[in-house]
Design a protein around this ligand. Structure first.
Ligand SMILES: Cc1cc2nc3c(=O)[nH]c(=O)nc-3n(C[C@H](O)[C@H](O)[C@H](O)COP(=O)(O)OP(=O)(O)OC[C@H]3O[C@@H](n4cnc5c(N)ncnc54)[C@H](O)[C@@H]3O)c2cc1C
Length: 671
């Protein structure tokens, strides 16, 4: 086992990034014109990176599997994006954002990266406003903020419940400007299936044209992977159906270490699973916890009556309700971090207080907020003695203004009116903190191969705070990578164009082609989804919200057996040389079947509870924190970075020791 060098610059925390930028090498504008960069992924991280690199003068090729960068999963982001602007004057600062993020991640992230993230967060908002992103504004015209979990300030900028969409339109417009200038050449509907290394350096990719099936070679001086998260290893998640691990996994197989694969975020406020027919889960944004109160009935008999349809939630008085987050965590209340809120919901449902037919749902209730806003509006509009009816109407209008599209979405899916009756919610897989290991420069362990956005492991530790993924993806793409990659590329100003007619490209293309042929050769009758669902069940039951050694060991064996069966018996209709969505899916599920095993191995290795990783063997046994996750800083204060060695079970662990000099390591408490 080796110790990894994260290349954190020397000096005081607040000066590291500035000093680093001042010292690293630059590429002069004329030389940039001779350097090619491949950016795989055009969501917020890849789109912003590609636009900025092209603006700087590099020749950029972008790849995405959708028909347009506009359709990246980032478009689904609802609630908002954090920045330490302190517009509310509530005491926010770079240090506070840094502190909240490190604490939120249960002290399992790198101090220097997180501080840099806080430092550039304000620039992101300025950049996006300049692009025309329509962030919500207050009455006076200033940008508005709301709160997200795990913090005591309001620092989240938002565009109703469509923040990701608006930010992506901004990044996409910036990309389009460069496409028009000929500085970005977009390859949409192309899937990267391998990375090509020449003399140990990333020098290109092998991609499949998803329309014609043609296998293509593309070369560059550096490759950026901004290919999103791998939550779909659970089959059911809030991620877009296409989100997958293939690009990251293929890089892993070529030498990029995979960090903390077991760190998964299970989001507390999703629409509960309704049956086996489902292939997708829907998020109800965390922003709703600004105004929604979470509760279950206090008495088991009331919960049972509700489940059986004999009682309605609105019939229960205040005294008959258990606002369990407000009760257990008075300081943060409904805005505790996601891992804490999810576990608390599971605890109540496991104890029999669940409120839907399956017993796996709790309420998110807006009645109090509707009353509060209604009375406030009546007062400001000088309506004297408003009736109950009027107050409700005025309050509902405020709620609609803030969260209208989310309420509409809920009503369409569940067929209940959330203005009249509380929403039902339950935790679901949402985000993956793990990903490709990167150093401070966002370079993976393959020289010249960088990773940005959700695809890397960099900033969130064992739990991500709400509204911080968009911040990190855009920080990486607009403000970090464009600088750090220059330091590497400054060695390539005399290299010239990278040829694709080399033995390395021949070999990589051959391996990709053979793998596709092998996939098509399955002799059985099972669909790709058959295997994906089975994998998802193993992952959810044995590597999900709570984990133990026995379950994880079983998962490792079961996934290995499932993978073997998959390769022998998967049935893929259609042909290779045409558009074939089943074939695309098969390649992705094949990679999930390897990642899933490494995930379980990583979770088994980490015999502590931290953030979203809850090991039943490591729980606080007494005192104020009784029942909460118990971290073990003495033995596990490290990033796990796994090196590919053939089968996932043979992966070799490397550790990056986490050093905390600017923040005191404490028990994470939100009470
Ligand atoms: C429902 C939902 C709501 C969310 N809301 C918020 C929020 O309010 N605030 C917040 O901060 N975060 C939110 N998140 C998280 C956030 O949206 C994501 O973490 C973030 O958008 C990821 O951006 P990305 O650029 O890293 O990846 P993505 O947006 O997932 O983009 C991945 C890109 O990679 C491409 N790609 C992948 N594999 C390949 C391949 N092999 N070959 C070619 N191209 C490939 C895809 O085509 C795509 O262009 C939310 C997540 C979900 C699921």
């Amino acid at each position: 086992m080796s110790i990894l060098d994260s290349k954190i610059p020397e000096g005081p925390l607040a000066d590291k990034w500035t000093n680093h930028k001042n010292k690293i090498d630059l590429v002069n504008p004329a030389n940039k014109r001779n350097i090619d960069v491949i950016v795989v992924g055009t969501g917020l991280a890849g789109g912003s990176a590609a636009a900025t690199l092209a603006e700087l003068g590099y020749n950029v090729k972008t790849f995405c599997y959708q028909d347009s960068p506009r359709r990246a999963h980032s478009i689904a982001a609802q609630g908002g994006i954090n920045a330490a602007k302190n517009y509310q004057g509530d005491g926010d600062s770079n240090y506070r954002l840094f502190y909240d993020t490190v604490k939120g991640g249960d002290y399992r992230s790198r101090e220097a990266n997180v501080y840099r993230l806080a430092e550039v967060s304000g620039n992101i908002i300025d950049q996006c406003v300049a692009q025309g992103v329509p962030f919500a504004r207050e009455y006076g015209g200033l940008l508005d903020n709301r709160s997200f979990g795990g913090v005591l300030v309001s620092r989240t900028f938002y565009a109703k419940g469509q923040t990701g969409q608006q930010l992506l339109l901004g990044a996409y417009s910036a990309m389009n400007r460069q496409i028009n200038r000929g500085k970005i050449k977009p390859y949409n509907r192309h899937e990267m299936l391998d990375i090509v290394k020449v003399d140990g350096k990333a020098r290109g990719i092998i991609a499949r044209d998803l329309v014609t099936g043609a296998i293509e070679r593309h070369s560059a001086h550096a490759v950026v992977l901004a290919t999103g998260g791998y939550g779909n290893v659970f089959f059911l998640s809030t991620n877009a159906m296409g989100s997958n691990v293939t690009a990251a996994w293929r890089a892993h197989r070529r030498g990029a270490y995979f960090a903390n694969p077991c760190y998964t975020q299970i989001h507390p406020t999703c629409i509960p699973v309704s049956g086996d027919h489902q292939s997708k889960l829907t998020l109800m944004s965390e922003s709703l916890r600004n105004d929604g109160r979470i509760w279950v009935p206090k008495k088991l008999e009331d919960a049972q009556a509700i489940r059986e349809g004999k009682k309605k939630p609105t019939e229960l008085s205040e005294e008959e309700r258990d606002y369990y987050l407000e009760r257990r965590y008075p300081a943060f209340g409904n805005l505790v971090p996601r891992d804490v809120a999810s576990r608390a919901a599971k605890e109540r449902c496991d104890a029999g207080f669940g409120v839907n037919k399956t017993g796996e749902a709790v309420y998110l209730d807006f009645a109090a907020a509707i009353q509060r806003y209604g009375k406030e509006t009546a007062l400001t509009e000088h309506i004297s003695n408003p009736s109950e009816e009027e107050i409700k109407k005025l309050g509902a209008a405020v709620i609609e203004n803030k969260y209208g599209n989310l309420f509409q979405m809920y009503q369409k899916i569940v067929d209940e009116n959330p203005y009249e009756t509380p929403m039902m919610i339950y935790p679901a897989v949402h985000y993956t903190m793990g990903g490709l290991w990167v150093d401070y420069n966002l370079q993976t362990t393959i020289e010249g191969c960088y990773a940005a956005g959700e695809a890397n492991f960099s900033d969130h530790g064992a739990n991500r705070l709400g509204a911080s993924a968009l911040m990190q993806g855009l920080a990486d793409g607009y403000f970090v990578l464009p600088y750090t990659i220059g330091d590497y590329l400054s060695n390539d100003i005399r290299t010239g164009e990278i040829s694709t007619e080399t033995p390395e490209f021949d070999q990589a293309e051959k391996e990709v082609t053979e793998r596709i042929q092998k996939l098509m050769g399955g002799a059985g009758n099972h669909s790709v989804d058959y295997y994906h669902k089975k994998l998802g069940k193993i992952m959810w039951n044995k590597c999900g919200m709570s984990r133990n050694a026995q379950g994880l060991s079983e998962a490792i064996d079961e996934i290995a057996a499932l993978r073997k069966d998959f390769w022998e018996n998967v049935k893929i209709p259609g042909t290779i040389n045409s558009m074939n969505p089943e074939l695309e899916k098969a390649g992705r599920v094949a990679d999930f079947l390897e990642l899933g095993e490494l995930f379980a191995k990583d979770a088994l290795d980490r015999n502590e509870s931290c953030g979203g990783h809850f090991r039943e063997e490591s729980v606080e046994q007494s005192g104020e924190q009784k029942g909460e996750a118990l971290r073990d800083d003495e033995n596990f204060k490290y990033v796990s970075a796994w090196e590919y060695k053939g089968e996932p079970k043979d992966a070799q662990l490397h550790k990056e020791e986490l050093i905390f000099k600017n923040i005191e390591l404490k028990t994470r408490s939100y009470k």
